[in-house]
Design a protein around this ligand. Structure first.
Ligand code: PLP
Length: 419
């Protein structure tokens, strides 16, 4: 309560903005995930790995647009590409000069993608991949995983959402090889696709066990099921996306977030034998519209970010800092004897206040949400804009200096609140 009061006292302008916003937006909100107690900070600008709020406080940004902000803020190369594109007109109504280059760059880099199509969000990318899998196989069911998130209308956390699409979803336990195999075999005749993140990102950064993904790959091949990796978050975990790092090639991949360079973005791709069904010159081809599928700003910003900013070295570096930071935070938790763990891989990690080993989302059910809420407010008060659910996502401009300061603040938080 004391921390919450300090938060309120410190942010009068954000509070006023929040009260105003409630007049037109339900709860003052248009993205559920950006809401938290007592009210969310209104952000006015960002530079590198820093954001500034309406009351003038600067924070190290570790929410990183829920992983989409890999490039950090106001990257000059991306900004220049966007400004050039705006000067030349952004609503041209034809193929533009950027899209094929971005497509080629994605196909070159991500081994499971032989052809790609663009859309407007990660949600759309997953919907299109699933719809294509159903049309290609002539089957209807989709196997997904409990506590996974594939977009606002495919949310399987906390028992699902009343807004979920009416696809016939079967839900298995992540990392439970035996259970998934049983379910896949039982429904094989009508199972179109298995969709999962190669690390359960939104579900708490739970890494796949070494045998889990290879086993799914083998079963999908055997049963004629299309294996879809939702790499909307995880493609940032390796230069060649996480499937490239792990050497496991799904049939289809959904992309989004950072690949649009900060503009709205989604893409789905995969084997040419599936994707070429979208070739409009073909008889009975799959139609896929979308006014903004190739919007000039996303294509221009995306191309600049993907080909000029995200070098192999930059990707390696941000993921190495993440691995180091995760290890250091876990050491700090041990030192202070706090029952918590930081899970994840590379530039994505999630703090969970839970005792014992965590390999499945079910093991997170007992986590202490009061500790988490305290951590969130206290880290924000210490100048670190972290995500309320415990997510810490790094951006390319995040450096050793910020990492050291974050660790010192984390250590201080643990020392103050351990009792
Ligand atoms: N899939 C995963 C794993 C995500 O984390 C998200 C977004 O958080 C989505 C899909 C949906 O992407 P978008 O918000 O662009 O629709």
């Amino acid at each position: 309560n004391d921390a919450r009061q300090r938060f309120v006292d410190r942010n009068p302008k954000s509070l006023a903005r929040h009260i105003d916003a409630k007049q037109s937006l339900p709860g003052g909100n248009t993205r559920t995930i950006l809401w938290y107690n007592p009210f969310p900070l209104t952000l006015v600008s960002g530079n590198g790995c820093y954001v500034t709020d309406f009351d003038g406080h600067q924070y190290v940004d570790l929410l990183s647009e829920y992983t989409a902000g890999l490039y950090g803020h106001s990257d000059p190369t991306i900004a220049e590409a966007m400004i050039d594109a705006i000067r030349e007109g952004v609503m041209l109504g034809g193929p533009n000069r950027y899209e094929a280059h971005l497509g080629a760059a994605i196909v070159d880099r991500f081994p499971a993608i032989e052809r790609v199509r663009f859309c407007n969000s990660g949600t759309e990318a997953n919907i299109m991949a699933l719809a294509a899998a159903r049309a290609v196989t002539g089957r209807t069911k989709i196997l997904a995983f409990k506590e996974s998130y594939h977009g606002g209308v495919m949310c399987f956390a906390n028992g699902g959402s009343p807004l979920n699409l009416p696809f016939p979803f079967l839900l298995a336990d992540y990392n439970d090889e035996v259970g998934v195999e049983k379910m896949m075999r039982e429904h094989a005749d009508d199972l179109a696709a298995v969709i999962l993140e190669p690390m359960l990102g939104a579900g708490g950064c739970i890494v796949a066990k070494p045998n889990f993904l290879p086993r799914l790959r083998g079963l999908a091949d055997e049963l004629g099921v299309i294996l879809i990796f939702d790499e909307v978050q995880t493609s940032r975990l390796g230069y060649r996306a996480l499937h490239g790092e792990l050497g496991i090639l799904p049939d289809m991949v959904a992309l989004g977030k950072y690949i649009g360079g900060g503009a709205s973005f989604g893409a789905f791709g995969g084997k040419a034998s599936i994707m070429d069904r979208f070739d409009p010159a073909r008889v009975n081809s799959f139609s896929h519209g979308g006014t903004f599928n190739n919007n000039v700003l996303s294509m221009a910003a995306g191309l600049a970010g993907f080909t000029k900013v995200l070098t192999e070295e930059a990707s390696r570096r941000v993921n190495a800092i993440g691995d180091w930071l995760r290890s250091e935070t876990n050491t700090a938790l041990e030192r202070h004897a706090v029952a918590a763990v930081v899970l994840g891989r590379g530039s994505l990690m999630n703090l969970h206040f839970v005792d014992g080993v965590v390999e499945t989302p079910a093991q997170l059910k007992e986590r202490d949400v009061r500790w988490l809420e305290l951590w969130h407010v206290e880290m924000v008060l210490r100048g670190f804009y972290v995500a309320p659910r415990g997510l810490v996502a790094l951006s390319l401009p995040f450096g050793e200096n910020e990492a050291e300061r974050f660790l010192a603040a984390f250590d201080d938080f643990l020392a103050v609140h351990r009792s």
